[in-house]
Design a binder for this molecule. Sequence first.
Ligand SMILES: *Cc1c(COP(=O)(O)O)cnc(C)c1O
Length: 376
Amino acid sequence: MKIKMLDLRAQYLNIKEEIDLSIKEVLESSNFINGDEVKKFSKNFENYLKVKNVIPCGNGTDALQIALMSLNLEKNDEVILPSFTFVSTVEVVVLLGLKAVFVDVFDDTFTINYKEIEKKINSKTRVIIPVHLFGQSAEMKEILEISKKYNLKIIEDNAQAVGTSYFFTDKKYKKTGTLGDISCYSFFPSKNLACFGDGGAIATNDDNLAKRIRSIANHGSVEKYFYEKIGVNSRLDTLQAGILNVKLKYLDKYNEKCKSIADFYDSKFYKIEDLQIPKRSKNSTHTFHQYTLILKNTNRKDFMEFLKTKNIPSAIYYPLPLHLQKSYSFLNYKIGDLPVSEFLSKNVVSIPIHTELIKEELNYITENILLFFNKN
Ligand SMILES: *Cc1c(COP(=O)(O)O)cnc(C)c1O
């Protein structure tokens, strides 16, 4: 058996007719930029998220950059974000001349530790960027309370948790990405809602922010050839929007599939003392962009090599936290500053989870992982 970390081809073949038709329609219209499918996608995604405005853009990194640009921040204003995440989150902060301030994450849900946020707030702090990592919401009730208390904006990095719901204490729920001021999406092929190339979007319930965001993504222009602000060029192309209109219909089903795989893994692994299964936050559903285990008393390299000999891929998200990356050394963080992020980087491992995994493959994966721990 040969297992894949992701099987985009098999997923495509299952919805081939619809996808091919959508691509064909765009080719025939030849409306490649801002065609009907783009407008349709904005509407569809607004309805899905239950949010007032969706502005499509080129990718998730652009989404974060444009979101920050829309907040009228000044040089050296401070932005709080976790260190245990993908690099985009900090990259755009620094590129815009803002100061990135890292906060540690919880050691079981991997999301930003809100208890640490308040310690990092000062008179220059303007924004918090919680990342809904691996498919699970950050602890938004507490983060929203902090943002109110200090008058901060919240940009949710929702690249990994599209379709996830957050539950408030009164059992009311909202989708992640509709909790803060602005939220950002990536439709990179490996994400839960994915196109066949690069794509992204920004969502907000604030109509004024939406207007600014739309303009910034379009060279800072409101009226063609007149520029009020310096902007960027960031668009979702019509072909990708057409693909997303098809795939959005399947998103809940895909997320359910990933959750059922995670439930199966949990049922096989929870008894293994040297494995910590991913904790489910009581305030969030989980859409399992990744299924990430924490290894205890186990050499990660040995574990991954064993799996490799069985044709089971595995991956490390993320092997070095952002505060210790060479490119961000000028921020003057050192080893020991964010101990949980550092611990996780050394001990996490993600195993295959995707919509096309079949029962035989899941049995094969779990049997081999059980075998590894029994013989050790
Ligand atoms: C994928 C991802 C991004 C960036 O998305 P791109 O489309 O690759 O630019 C940003 N943040 C997180 C947490 C991501 O996982």
